[in-house]
Design a protein around this ligand. Structure first.
Ligand code: G1P
Length: 297
């Protein structure tokens, strides 16, 4: 039975240690690409795909996220008084309808599968999306929307997929491809962070998923996997053993790994160059920097 995907889970409980000291006081999801926090990109993508309910799996120290998505009456009335309508508009994207957003705590860092499992009662018996905000995807048609459209044809479980260099396999969930249909593959198996020589392909899972509630039942077993953590990859792979379909979707777009400093910087440059109000001055500055660097070498 296929149903519309209207719920999305955002696992945001991670400590963000790769960005210390910044993340000592600021959740990494609030770190900004140009002027919007990482989490805003994820929410906008979810909205574009038709998501109506947003479930955050958080942890201690993430209160800033709750404030970010709350209305800010004082700020709004001060902007209104000053006639700053454009800024008021900008704030609108940060507001959620009453009851549209829920926060669940993951009390222990037991892995991504466990984080999603923590949201099981809110997801209930429906297909749902999972978005990892660290993976920012710039695309003409937002990635999750592409996937929802494909899912409406296929049903089953679907993960975003992208070719990665073979030596990077140990950083990703890797797909064992049954049949390659071009923008989509059907999957025989999935392995979380294999040694490169053991990887079944070069096709990696990227942080967008559409999952059936069966995956939550698989997670009930709380089986620990790679790194001693409860892995979402394993719970999806269990679907294949149950002879249910799992697909990898080769999305159209550019993915930035904003969980790493280099990826975050690349995303910052790319998004700044994509902005009409910044690209002129910024690209001039970048060319100047590059020629200076070249001259110094
Ligand atoms: C998670 C998933 C992994 C996936 C990756 C995509 O790993 O466990 O399967 O390939 O996200 O970014 P993490 O990067 O959180 O270790």
């Amino acid at each position: 039975m296929k149903r519309k995907v209207t719920k999305a889970v955002f696992p945001v409980a991670g400590l963000g240690t790769r960005f210390l000291p910044a993340t000592k006081a600021v959740p990494k999801e609030i770190m900004t690409l140009v002027d919007r926090p990482l989490i805003q990109y994820a929410i906008d993508e979810a909205r574009a795909a038709g998501i109506k309910e947003f479930i955050f799996v958080t942890s201690r120290g993430k209160n800033a996220l709750e404030d970010y998505f709350d209305h800010a009456p004082d700020l709004e009335s001060s902007l209104r008084k000053k006639g700053k309508t454009e800024l008021l508009e900008t704030l609108k994207s940060t507001n959620m309808d009453s009851g549209a957003i829920a926060y669940i705590r993951q009390h222990k860092a037991l892995g991504l599968g466990h984080a999603v499992w923590c949201a099981r009662r809110l997801i209930a018996n429906e297909p749902f999306a999972v978005i990892l905000p660290d993976d920012v995807i710039a695309a003409e048609k937002p990635c999750l929307q592409q996937m929802v459209e494909a899912y409406e044809e296929t049903g089953g479980c679907m993960v975003a997929a992208m070719e990665v260099p073979p030596e990077k396999a140990s950083s990703y969930g890797m797909l064992d491809v049954r049949e390659d249909m071009g923008n989509m593959v059907s999957v025989n198996g999935m392995v979380e962070k294999p040694d490169p020589e053991d990887s079944p392909s070069n096709l990696a899972v990227i942080g967008r998923y559409i999952l059936t509630p069966d995956v939550l039942r698989n997670l009930n077993r709380l089986k620990s996997g790679s790194g001693g953590e409860i892995q979402l990859t394993d719970a999806i792979a269990d679907e294949i053993s149950e002879e249910r379909n799992v697909y990898g979707y080769r999305f159209r777009g550019q993915r930035f790994d904003c969980g790493s400093k280099a990826g975050f910087l690349q995303a910052t440059v790319a998004f700044a160059l994509g902005r009409d109000d910044l690209k002129g001055e910024f690209s001039e500055y970048l060319s100047h920097m590059v020629s200076q660097q070249n001259a110094a070498q």
